[in-house]
Design a protein around this ligand. Structure first.
Ligand code: ASP
Length: 453
């Protein structure tokens, strides 16, 4: 195998894993082999696929907190001054809000145009209990962790971001004395990034298992009934991904969307198979920095921040679902109602973590606010799993677009990395232990131990 073959093999393997997962899962579903009590259901779908898939998602989640913590400390120290930090923060925040608002407006527009749900009468047995939107005061209060260790244990991203940035700033202010601490964080960050690469090597098999299981469990029979809803939603998601986001990238940074789409593929596959932008953070961060050339000083902040507050795909689902359910129940929301939906959906996405299925909880907040029946969500529950996977892929694409734009706009961007289609690909060489390095490390450890005696 040539160097080039080595380079392309992982991406290709992941895509093959995804395609095979789709085929196997759909075959199990369509053939009706997934009946509880049967061998396939008990030992394959809820046995092997479940174990391999969940182990992989856990491995990704395992990386999130230490990775975000260390890379943010390095990021803040790398940016070096507070006003630059403020510029990164305010630009990212403004772009995240803007793209989310455009996303939901597009969704409402197309859904209303298509008139989905009009004249339909469903009876739903599944009840869905709603959740009230947390008041803005709570959202703000909860950004500051009362206990940073608890924030890390809970994986509360906004709180971890807050603490890490403050820590980084304090380190900068302490100056020289903190240098070894900063160096330590840099080393830890590099080690964590290496761990991301290692775990990504398992992706082809894990992606197969995750997708095969989801497809085997899909309520395909429901897809027909809800075809209008699904088609408009998927259409709006694609328009957002390929038109809105790519135009935003081109307009704000001048960069080539085709290169972006090529490099983001892996991240999208991870998001699609895990249905979680949070679990995808390690892969997004690695791709944005090592493949797209955005400096860690920017990406370490914009990526975890985006995974938490920026959910374009989820906002689109909320827009389409609102129009659909309003039509099914014959409720006229009017312009004011739809504006409330836009504001609510944007607010609801701040402070809700990017984990599987959270979109439905956010939707229930929106419904409660505009007075739509929350049980209506029961209608779309059956098809939500597949849609969750698709919208999560759009969510992470938005995070990467904004990270790239902000990185470029503040001069924290390496054009050579961006222009190299093979930059940062996971190679065999990266995954093998170098005997010489191993030997050096062993000697170093021995020496330090002797010195300590
Ligand atoms: N699963 C989505 C995410 O993690 C959120 C959602 O729409 O449910 O980004």
């Amino acid at each position: 195998m040539t160097e080039k073959d080595h380079k392309t093999s992982l991406t290709l393997k992941v895509l093959i894993g995804m395609a095979l997962g789709l085929l196997v899962g759909l075959a199990i579903n369509l053939a009706g082999w997934n009946a509880p009590g049967g061998f396939i259901h008990d030992y394959l779908v809820n046995g092997l696929f479940l174990v391999v898939g969940k182990m992989f998602v856990n491995a990704l989640k395992m990386l999130v907190v230490p990775l975000v913590f260390f890379s943010l400390i390095c990021g803040v120290c790398g940016i070096g001054n507070l006003s630059a930090l403020g510029r990164v923060g305010s630009r990212a925040f403004a772009l995240y809000l803007m793209t989310t608002a455009i996303a939901i407006a597009t969704a409402i527009f197309f859904a209303a145009l298509a008139g989905i749900g009009k004249g339909m009468h469903f009876s739903t047995e599944s009840t869905f209990s709603g959740k009230e939107a947390p008041p803005l005061t709570d959202v703000l209060i909860n950004i500051v962790p009362g206990n940073p260790i608890a924030a890390m244990a809970d994986g509360n991203m906004l709180q971890i971001i807050f603490f890490s940035i403050l820590l980084g700033i304090s380190m900068l202010m302490v100056g020289k004395k903190a240098a070894s601490f900063i160096e330590g964080a840099e080393i830890a960050n590099e080690i964590m990034m290496k761990m991301v690469t290692l775990i990504m090597a398992a992706a082809p098999y894990a992606v197969f298992a995750l997708i095969a299981r989801s497809m085997a469990e899909l309520g395909l029979d429901l897809l027909g009934q809800l075809a209008g809803y699904v088609l408009v939603l998927v259409g709006a998601l694609m328009i957002h991904l390929f038109v809105t986001l790519m135009l935003t990238l081109k307009l704000f940074s001048g960069l080539n969307p085709a290169m972006f789409l090529r490099k983001i593929r892996n991240v999208q596959v991870f998001a699609f198979s895990t249905a979680s932008s949070s679990a995808t953070i390690p892969v997004t961060l690695r791709t944005v920095t090592q493949r797209m050339g955005v400096d860690n000083a920017v990406a370490s902040f914009t990526v975890p921040f985006g995974a938490t507050i920026n959910m374009d795909g989820t906002a689109i689902m909320q827009g389409v679902a609102t129009v659909f359910i309003a039509n099914v129940y014959g409720v006229d929301l009017g312009l004011g109602g739809y504006l409330t939906v836009i504001v609510m959906a944007v607010l609801a996405s701040i402070g809700t973590a990017g984990v599987p299925g959270v979109g439905l909880i956010m939707l229930s907040m929106v419904f409660t606010q505009v007075g739509l029946p929350v049980e209506g969500i029961g209608l779309i529950l059956g098809v939500d799993r597949l849609l969750d996977m698709i919208r999560t892929a759009v969510n992470v694409s938005g995070d990467a677009v904004v990270s790239t734009i902000v990185g470029k706009s503040v001069g924290k961007f390496d054009a050579a990395t961006w222009n190299d289609p093979d930059a940062g690909l996971v190679t065999e060489a990266e995954l093998t232990l170098d005997e010489k390095v191993e030997q050096e490390l062993a000697e170093l450890v021995e020496k330090t131990q002797k010195e300590g005696e």
